[in-house]
Ligand binder design. Sequence first.
Ligand code: URA
Length: 275
Amino acid sequence: MSENEKGANAMSANAPKAGNEGVYHLQLKPGDVPGYVILPGAPERTALIARHWEDVCQVASCREFRTVSGAYKGTRLAATSTGIGGPSSEICIHELNVLGVHTCIRVGTTGSITPRFDLGDLIIPVACVRRDGTSVSYVGPEFPAFADTRVVMALIQACENLGFRYGLGLACTVGSFYAGQGRPLGEGGYWPSFAENIIPDLQQARVTNIEMETAAQYVVGYLHGMRMGAVLSVIANRPLDRWGDQGGEEKACLTACEAMKILEKQDMARGWNDI
Ligand code: URA
């Protein structure tokens, strides 16, 4: 094949396409997802979210990215898993934006570092400390990672309607689960002096919880003009060294569905028909 022919057959390296002509990683095409998308980390959690929906259909599944679509109490929603951490979150948010998605709510788990939140409680992060390692590829470290106010208000309303224990938080998003979150690496393992102070220093700064995705999603989503929010269930109580779901994951999933319903109703009332 000549260089000319190769050029004619090749895709754009800047915006590669999937085999089905969809966006490259998510393998979704325009029209596959509505404007409102819930973002769990784990692919299996898409099914947990869709348990509350009608007309459920798995649209695509590739690597960590699984997408289901359906309707919650009449509101068309999709759930796309992001995988763990900032890099796969960035891919997911960008490709959803290409498809016209305007509103995302992350559903995930987190470790609480304050006595305010125990296992099974829900935290709605209004902002994050940016140690995600991905958002610095987009903007400098002084740029804030913050949630959309309307999405936060809808999440608050959803928790109130459902009677769940919740609170607003300041999260720290870290591109590490073990050392970067101050988890010792075992007897004789790597343990630099700064690791000892990670949690105490965040506690001094009144940070409420640690997790791995939200800051990257808030920054990348904001820069794309999207409305971003998150509801995180506490699966780790770091000061007491306890781990357990206590029903929090299920509550977070339902809260996100209910918040999307509230947002869609408000958007329609303001004449933004799926924006
Ligand atoms: N996710 C995290 O990143 N850390 C925790 O402690 C719990 C969930």
